[in-house]
Design a binder for this molecule. Structure first.
Ligand code: HEM
Length: 224
């Protein structure tokens, strides 16, 4: 039990602090650095978008079923769903038959399998993935959008970058504040063992993203 002199660290802070090394690694990964440094073509960006389609489909497909869950339920939010936006981007990037030939890379398949497992068996762990993706998309994702628009000439907030545009989130700062309050409430509802497991799952979420970047990176050898 924390004493009055030892205030409880809000769970949102715990998650951010615990995953900061993983965040840095993802941010500085070879694929992200090359992509955002302008060293890869639009095909690499399209490939990333295609892989994210599998990830978000897995994350969002079963979300409705979690709406009544005491811990995961408050995070189920139809205003932030990304699958439809990714599909519009893919139609722009790959054409109307975008689904043809789109296959998950091994790291994507592993990521999807974990998401499906969590939605089925451990909704509190699913929150860790929800946080890692959506709060990231609302934060660093906005930087990625700006670079993508400039690098590949997409219309501002238009086709190609709709994934990063949260049309129904009017005030991202307020949204993030409310989101952190939900994390803090979830933190109070879970016991210490469970909290530690969620923190580990968050690191795993970042690592799964890192593995996906790694797989994408190998598609584009340095000599190409
Ligand atoms: C080059 C790529 C990236 C850049 C430039 C970047 C940049 C940033 C920045 C500037 C913030 C802080 C925003 C704020 O305080 O409101 C942030 C937060 C965050 N990013 Fe990233 N990021 C990148 C990649 C990623 C990736 C790949 C993930 C995970 C898949 C991710 C997940 C997050 C999360 C979850 C937060 C919220 C942290 C918190 O406040 O709790 N980021 N990012």
């Amino acid at each position: 039990m924390p004493t009055p002199e030892q205030p409880v660290v809000p769970f949102s802070t715990v998650l951010r602090t615990a995953s900061s090394a993983e965040h840095e690694a993802a941010e500085q990964s070879s694929f992200m650095s090359r992509l955002l440094g302008g060293h890869l073509g639009i095909e690499a960006y399209a490939d990333l978008t295609g892989q994210l389609w599998f990830v978000y489909r897995a994350l969002e497909e079963r979300a409705e079923e979690l709406a009544e869950h005491p811990v995961a339920g408050p995070f189920v939010d139809s205003t932030i769903l990304r699958t439809a936006a990714i599909e519009r981007d893919l139609a722009h990037l790959r054409g109307p038959d975008w689904r043809e030939g789109l296959v998950p890379l091994p790291a994507t398949a592993a990521y999807v399998a974990r998401l499906e497992e969590l939605a089925r068996e451990w909704p509190a762990g699913w929150i860790a993935h929800h946080y890692t993706r959506y709060l990231g998309d609302l934060s660093g994702g906005q930087i990625i959008r700006g670079i993508a628009e400039k690098t590949w000439g997409f219309e501002r907030k238009g086709d190609g970058v709709r994934f990063y545009v949260f049309e129904q989130v009017e005030n991202p700062a307020a949204f993030k504040r409310d989101y952190r309050a939900k994390l803090d409430a979830a933190g109070l509802a879970l016991d210490e063992v469970e909290l530690r497991r969620v923190v580990e799952e968050c690191k795993r979420a970042f690592q799964l993203n890192g593995a996906l970047f790694q797989d994408l990176d190998t598609q584009y050898p340095l000599s190409a």
